[in-house]
Design a protein around this ligand. Structure first.
Ligand code: MV4
Length: 465
């Protein structure tokens, strides 16, 4: 008599979707589409009226216009995106970065519509979106944080003054609902505390609809170092090394690199392990980034980004992993195929953000790209959606391409970047390429001796005769 053979447990490997709607535009829409294709997933691209001619639309399985050029009416229009998914039969939505990528209400609406949100669940997004609850979650996992209470500032002025005294001046006031440099103010001495709080509170109320604030010790000359994590929905998590993103102007990153130079494995490994523990404790799924300030040999957590980041390629180069494919696999419910022991960091990688902007004013520069030469060769990668004849639209951020290099050493990677930038020619619009070339000639940068204020100071010095 035939014996019933038990069917293997299917739930862990059963895929949750076979097509993905990409709720974004530009280089990241093209990047996500490539990852979907590699995973044999059908792609649905959406666009605003300004992006109708996008090349990635032509290679998608479906391509629809979801609204006018203004992002509010297209890429930020939740109902239009959900309708587009329903019309095309998409099983999942990838939000990319920016737009709705860290919007807990959207993540929830996507799941309520019976679709998969390619990212963490709404609860994880909400915990990290509230900077006080994020800090609490980090403390619970043993992640080092900036000195200061994990509670909102009270209304009583003398109680607030007491907190500042305990922390020690200078302090920084931040909006609980802020992040990415919005809604914060440095206070140098007690006399300025009261007014600073009133101003920041009002700004926070206006910008975020929440007047809640918290206070931290202000670190004067830190570096911005971040840790990339990857988690599945089965409780497995790994950290994929670190990046230095100190080269910023007005909270916009300009150059990123992996690994962060001069950081000993022995001092960062416990921090990476604590990040992994934090992910497991909150039930985090997908990719994420823990942002730290690093000063005088110590790490201080500031924020977690619950999305795929612009600078993910430098970690792809050093880890050898396709972070976007891993993120999609995690959303499918597939268990991580690697453990921490499989993660390594090979060589060094830089990314330059090529922006369509005026080199003097930094104002974005729209227009038609009349001629284009992109760099190529061993150790050079370009993530972009542009081509000759492409019209750079004034409606969106000015990022038009990312030049990414990879070489055995940091010095060699810098040399490869100099060559790659020298081979890049974009005609018809203004770009920041000459500025990036000058930066890759800078001695302090070459030595890895920079902090978060370096680039703005460098620009000030350069603008003087
Ligand atoms: C800080 C800080 C100094 N001390 N927090 C800016 C963006 C947001 N993610 C947090 N930011 C900062 N928080 C304390 N306690 C300095 C900054 C900061 C900064 C951080 C990272 C990269 C560039 C920056 C530029 C100015 C200020």
């Amino acid at each position: 008599m035939p014996v019933a053979v038990p069917v293997p447990e299917a739930s862990a490997t059963k895929l949750r979707f076979d097509s993905v709607l990409i709720a974004n535009r530009g280089e990241i829409a093209a990047r996500i589409q490539a990852a979907c294709r590699a995973l044999d997933l059908k792609t649905v691209c959406v666009c605003s009226e300004a992006d109708r001619d996008a090349a990635y639309g032509k290679t998608a399985d479906s391509f629809l216009c979801i609204g006018p050029s203004s992002a509010t009416k297209s890429y930020l229009n939740k109902d239009a995106l959900l309708l587009a998914a329903r019309l095309t039969g998409a099983g999942a939505i990838h939000p990319g970065y920016g737009f709705l990528s860290e919007n807990a209400a959207f993540a929830e609406a996507v799941e309520k519509a019976g679709l998969v949100f390619i990212g963490p669940d709404a609860r994880s997004i909400a915990i990290m979106g509230d900077k006080i609850s994020a800090k609490r979650a980090m403390i619970a996992a043993g992640v080092p944080c900036v000195p200061g209470p994990d509670t909102a500032l009270p209304d009583d002025p003398s109680a607030v003054a007491q907190i500042a005294l305990e922390i020690g001046y200078p302090v920084i006031i931040k909006a609980t609902a802020g992040g990415g440099g919005r809604g914060m103010r440095v206070v140098a001495q007690a006399e300025q505390l009261h007014d600073a709080i009133a101003l920041t509170r009002e700004e926070a109320r206006q910008a975020f609809g929440s007047a809640e604030l918290y206070m931290e010790k202000f670190l004067r000359h830190p570096r911005h170092i971040e840790i990339q994590v990857l988690c599945d929905s089965h409780g497995n998590a790994v950290w994929l090394g670190h990046r230095d993103c100190s080269m910023q102007r007005r909270h916009q990153k300009v150059v990123e690199e992996a690994p962060a130079p001069g950081i000993a494995e022995a001092i960062i490994a416990p921090v990476g392990e604590a990040c992994v523990k934090a992910c497991q404790q909150i039930g985090y799924r997908g990719v994420g980034t823990f942002e730290f300030l690093y000063e005088d040999g110590a790490f201080y957590f500031i924020e977690m980004n619950t999305r795929l980041q612009v600078e993910h390629p430098v970690t792809e180069m050093t880890s050898g992993l396709d972070i976007v494919q891993e993120q999609i696999r995690a959303a499918q419910g597939v268990a991580l195929a690697i453990t921490q022991a499989d993660v390594s960091c090979n060589g060094h990688s830089f990314e330059c953000r090529i922006n369509a902007e005026d080199p003097e004013s930094f104002l974005s520069s729209a227009g038609v790209i009349t001629g284009l030469n992109l760099p190529q060769g061993h150790g050079i990668r370009v993530d972009t959606h542009i081509h000759a004849g492409y019209k750079v639209s004034p409606y969106y951020d000015s990022l038009i391409a990312k030049v990414i290099v990879h070489a055995p050493t940091r010095a060699q990677a810098m040399e490869t970047m100099r060559r790659a930038l020298g081979d890049t020619r974009i005609d018809g619009i203004s770009t920041n390429i000459a500025f990036l070339q000058a930066l890759f000639q800078d001695e302090a940068f070459a030595k890895g001796e920079t902090d978060i204020h370096y680039l703005e100071q460098w620009l000030k010095l350069r603008s003087k005769p």
